[in-house]
Ligand binder design. Structure first.
Ligand code: ADP
Ligand code: ZN
Length: 615
């Protein structure tokens, strides 16, 4: 373990493992197979890159996107780790060169595209001393996943050819069905499944409702002004909205670029590269943008329009803050988007599922419950506390002890053997005499009519809150029937309390919210004035460090975040290292980067702090 930690600091500049990383690595070193589910930015790469350095031979990494491969290889080389990639975009002689180096044992990590695996399985791969095989984006192998790629099904031959090599399959999204499918298709041997929390506490979550187009643009301008010189993405539903936004932002001095499927491949490449290399800070894009971008310093994501499901939303905001530093997300929700999305869902193949997914997204936007709790419950995680980093937590609505309400509803669910969906549950609680209810004998259960004092709409609101708080879950695959969760059982048996947000009709909510927003803004402004002095030095230092990073990146023609991540620069601002020893302690500074950049950065920090030059 100590040896692994030493390697982590030496090559990556980190002093501790993130949750699950150490367990996964030790499992690999025992030569066992594993399946790893971690959210984007959770730190999957270290799980195979560190064993790759530690183990004697070479590690194969199967990766579907060439852009992503390139980025990873550059990052590894910058940290002093010999890595290379092999894909069909390379010339024959380039490929031969890489193969030679691999056979000579000079490469520790080889990134290879799935279609190359089959071609190279007979001659090239058997000539390597393979110590580990990692399959990134493993959900691509499954028809059940959201991103099926036929080339991935060929990967099954790997386990046949290399039965003694440990495998690690990694993905950021996989439900239970996909999970089982991945294991079967890759023929993993008794794999251990590691599921890490989907929580991304560094992302702030804000939803704003009922703004018209002009108001949205004004809100975006002020948002971007608070995020000066930071990279961000604005997601839009339609291509022409992306272009409209670029035009509308220009007069405010905000230089943005559009990205959508209607552009030529060259135009798209240019937009993407400008963004990656910090030549443009704002991209207005349709959802096509972001796949295969590994830029770790995206500081904010705005949804100009609402996404169609919580999965999509989570994936898109997840592109911000991959380096773990604080990042902001803002979503605009309007009825007109809802109407368009409804249409999409109705025209889709799986109408019922997609409409319900849209419905859950809408509820997320309208809710008065901590937004992170809603997201995590949606992904099946139990959360007992509010997050403190979403707009609801920052402007809390009036709450009351709703334990009795929850008990009434959950007990009715239990007494129907968990066989009813929301509407029927409300009918039971309100004591309806409907035929479909009495036919099933539901009028005889104990909680029948126990909730007559509340209206249909009130119950609907509270039951959604129960889902969002993780007391109930909805079974999509099975007529949206409601099931009581383990957390719900605790409330049912009186072991834990349930705080619900008081039901208010929609119009009332908005006025209160905007008043609160105005107060919040005033408070924020006065906080700003108070801390202005310390903030000024930090701001100067931050600007100077970014500038230096940018110069170095241009000199080396590499993206800035390959030199240092934003998180590393933030750590420098916070700790202000003025000696090389102190600099070595900064998050993200390993041995190579210490030697290469240490003096330059320390000198700059000393200069900004008005200290004498480094001896
Ligand atoms: P994923 O592949 O899961 O999306 P990455 O492997 O790209 O995520 O990691 C996301 C970010 O977190 C990277 O900037 C990475 O360097 C950083 N990171 C990974 N592990 C650690 C760690 N143990 N300590 C600090 N930062 C880490
Ligand atoms: Zn919250």
């Amino acid at each position: 373990m100590e040896q692994l930690l030493a390697l982590l600091k030496k090559f990556f500049g980190y002093t501790s493992f993130r949750p699950l990383q150490a367990e996964i690595i030790q499992h690999i070193l025992r030569k066992r197979d594993s399946l790893v589910l971690m959210p984007t930015g959770g730190g999957k790469s270290i799980c195979y890159q560190l064993p790759a350095i530690y183990l004697p031979g070479i590690t194969l990494v199967i990766s579907p996107l060439i852009a992503l491969m390139k980025d990873q290889v550059e990052g590894l080389i910058a940290n002093g780790i010999p890595a290379a990639s092999l894909n069909s975009m390379m010339s024959e002689s380039e490929q031969q060169q890489v193969k030679q180096l691999c056979i000579q044992g000079k490469i520790k990590l080889l990134y290879i595209s799935p279609e190359r695996v089959k071609v190279d399985a007979d001659w090239f791969l058997p000539r390597l001393d393979i110590s580990l095989i990692a399959i990134d984006e493993a959900h691509c192998i499954s028809h059940w996943g959201h991103d099926f790629r036929p080339e991935y099904t060929q990967l099954a031959i790997l386990k046949e050819r290399f039965p003694q090599v440990p495998f690690i399959a990694l993905t950021a999204t996989a439900d239970k069905v996909t999970r089982t499918d991945i294991v079967e298709q890759l023929k993993l041997r008794e794999p251990k499944i590691f599921i890490s929390s989907f929580d991304r506490p560094n992302l702030s979550l804000t939803v704003r409702r009922g703004l018209n187009q002009r108001e949205k643009i004004r809100a975006i301008v002020s948002f971007i002004r608070q995020h000066k010189e930071q990279s961000g993405i604005i997601y839009c539903l339609r291509r022409n909205t992306t272009e409209m936004l670029v035009r509308e932002l220009e007069p405010f001095g905000i230089h943005a670029t559009a990205y959508h499927a209607g552009l030529s491949p060259q135009e798209r490449d240019r937009a993407q590269n400008d963004f990656i290399n910090d030549r443009v800070e704002v991209v207005c894009a349709t959802v096509a943008f972001g796949m295969g971008i590994d830029k770790s310093n995206i500081r904010w994501v705005i949804h100009f329009n609402m996404p169609g499901s919580i999965e999509n939303y989570y994936q898109e905001i997840g592109r911000a803050g991959r380096d773990g530093a604080k990042s902001d997300t803002l979503l605009f929700y309007s009825l007109s988007d809802l109407i368009v999305l409804r249409q999409f869902a109705e025209e889709s193949g799986q109408q019922e599922v997609n409409l319900e997914k849209l419905n859950r997204m809408q509820r997320y936007c309208e809710s008065d419950i901590c937004r992170r709790r809603i997201l995590l419950s949606y992904f099946g995680e139990e959360v007992e506390k509010d997050c403190g980093n979403c707009d609801v937590c920052l402007n809390p609505p009036e709450r009351f002890d709703g334990s009795v309400l929850v008990q009434k509803a959950l007990s009715a669910v239990v007494r129907t053997q968990q066989q009813v969906a929301m509407d029927m549950l409300i009918y039971i609680l309100r004591g309806s005499a409907r035929a479909d209810l009495t036919e099933k004998g539901y009028h005889q259960i104990k909680t029948y009519g126990a909730g007559r004092d509340l209206s249909y709409l009130e119950w609907k609101e509270y039951i959604y809150q129960m889902i969002q708080l993780g007391f109930l879950e909805m079974d999509y695959a099975n007529g949206n029937k409601l099931k009581v969760t383990a957390l719900g059982m605790k409330v049912l048996y009186g072991q834990s309390k349930a705080l619900l947000a008081k039901y208010r009709p929609a119009t009332e909510k908005e006025t209160k919210r905007s008043r609160l927003a105005a107060e919040e803004e005033k408070a924020a402004r006065s906080r700003l004035v108070r801390s202005a002095f310390t903030a000024k030095v930090d701001e100067q230092l931050w600007e100077a460090l970014k500038q230096l990073r940018k110069q170095l990146a241009e000199k080396e023609s590499t993206p800035a975040y390959i030199i240092f991540s934003d998180a590393a620069l933030e750590d420098m601002v916070e700790t202000k290292p003025t000696t090389l020893e102190e600099f070595a302690q900064v998050r993200g500074v390993g041995q190579i980067k210490l030697e290469k950049y240490g003096r330059t950065f320390v000198s700059l920090i000393r200069f900004v702090l008005k200290m004498p030059k480094l001896a």
